[in-house]
Design a protein around this ligand. Sequence first.
Ligand code: NDP
Ligand code: GDR
Length: 328
Amino acid sequence: MPKALITGITGQDGSHLADFLLEKGYEVVGMVRRTSTINFDRIRHIQDRVTIVQGDLLDQVSIIHILQDHHPEEVFNLAAQSFVPTSWQQPVLTGEFTALGVTRMLDAVRTVDKNIRFYQASSSEMFGKVQEVPQRETTPFYPRSPYGVAKVYGHWITINYRESYNLFACSGILFNHEGPRRGLEFVTHKITNSVARIKLGLATELRLGNLESRRDWGWAPDYVRAMWLMLQQDHPDDYVVATGETHSVREFCQEAFSYVGLDWEKHVIVDPNFYRPAEVDMLVGDPSKARRVLGWQPSVNFRELVHLMVDADLAALHQTGNHTPHVG
Ligand code: NDP
Ligand code: GDR
């Protein structure tokens, strides 16, 4: 039975990846940091099928011990401070988690077992102020937030360890991917949750920031499949994973509100408090390398994604009478 370690297993992607690997017959070890209140909402349904171990990206010793004790063949480094606005409020911590945390992981792998295959969660935020449309593996980076800058570091240190120590280390440059398990602070889930609440008479307005920014939004379960595929190849490499379509926040609102028969303009209020100090205006990825080499392609398009998320939020509200986040 192959064994994988997932850092960030309590997050959106970690929980989907754990589902996917269990389905494939893996033994799954998940690293979680210690908190006074445990939040296993996203992995509750598989809690008795995964091994949870305590560790933190800030603590190299904890990472080394986990690798020594559990001997995974594959490590998926998904843990990070992943919310872009927080990266301006906590730029140093974001650098510690999202940038230096990658070096701690890679060096632990190098120290304990150089045969471990390593996946790094890189991001389309590295493209920032885009230098080319669409963005591909060779497009130069121009990050626009402390988060984006930290991800560029994580990306290059992964390549550097691959080239310096011959590690099987891959970097997936993933564009935004969403679903019912997305944190409620991210714009897609914020919108679909509000649409459901407004539809059911529990709220009347939705306050958003920049409606003009455009993203390449995909379906999260498709994207964890791409992560796994990267580690099954003969050679380690880096891949863009995206749908190749771009839509604005405004279009997302239109689609979500009209799906339940509401006029978005009657409910959405633009609130400058949600503007960012520097914005990433437009992202659209070219996934042709992933399609060609990995045989990967997305299974859910933009409209289906919006509808799936609205349906899930309506169902969650109907079930609980009050929204229970992260259950999907
Ligand atoms: P989430 O924010 O949902 O999950 C982040 C995870 O990291 C959580 O499990 C969190 O644990 C954990 N974590 C944070 N800090 C630490 C730490 N110091 N030590 C150990 N664990 C920690 O992110 P996603 O699942 O959406 O994203 C997964 C990865 O992919 C991230 O690296 C993100 O930056 C990257 N990414 C995401 C994209 C997306 O569209 N979702 C696109 C491109 C890249 P806790 O529950 O304790 O907070
Ligand atoms: P992003 O996702 O920054 O792309 O990072 P987010 O959903 O937070 O923002 C997308 C775009 O929507 C605009 N926006 C708002 N965003 C939020 N969160 N809240 C609002 O009210 C709002 N109004 C408008 C933003 O300005 C932005 O342009 C996500 C994260 O998962 C990262 O970890 C990951 O690396 C990237 O996707 C790819």
